[in-house]
Design a protein around this ligand. Structure first.
Ligand SMILES: [Zn+2]
Length: 157
């Protein structure tokens, strides 16, 4: 994501982005949001929703053509919470993250127009019709199955 766009997010949601100053062994936000600019609005919407939760961003990236976000608890805000309360927070926050990932499969990652997931050389990307043509991507039918297989592999590892 362009530096100036990311800067807008950081200025609006400084608490969510505080991992930017942390060492990479703890938090990967120093790499920035590893997504294209077309998902800026989606990212803004996601941050608006997550800002109500005592969490911080750990990693933001594109994975398998979708917006993938990882979070950690915000240590300052969970001090007086029980384990149960924290696990409830995470359940709800990840529900939002999963909903936003679902939505990302309908938005061109390059320009933000309506899109869907296409493939090129086994590389998946969510693009609009124009960017699909420009980058020579192709239609896919079996995308959901492929993704499910990959998720399964990830949980097995
Ligand atoms: Zn596009």
């Amino acid at each position: 994501m362009k530096k100036e766009l990311e800067k807008k997010l950081i200025e609006k949601f400084p608490r969510l982005f505080k991992g930017k100053g942390m060492p990479l062994t703890e938090n990967l936000m120093s790499f920035g949001c590893e997504i294209n600019d077309g998902w800026y609005d989606l990212m803004y919407e996601t941050c608006t929703k997550l800002n109500d939760f005592p969490v911080i961003l750990v990693q933001v990236k594109e994975k398998f053509a979708g917006l993938r976000i990882y979070i950690d608890p915000d240590d300052n805000l969970i001090k007086n919470m029980t384990k149960y309360e924290i696990s409830e927070v995470f359940k709800k926050a990840y529900q939002i993250i999963n909903d936003m990932e679902e939505k990302s499969f309908t938005i061109c990652e390059v320009c933000g127009k309506e899109g869907k997931t296409y493939v090129r050389n086994y590389w998946y990307k969510t693009l609009c019709e124009d960017h699909k043509k420009e980058f020579e991507y192709q239609e896919i039918k079996e995308f959901k199955e492929k993704k499910r297989e990959n998720d399964k592999k990830e949980t097995e590892n």
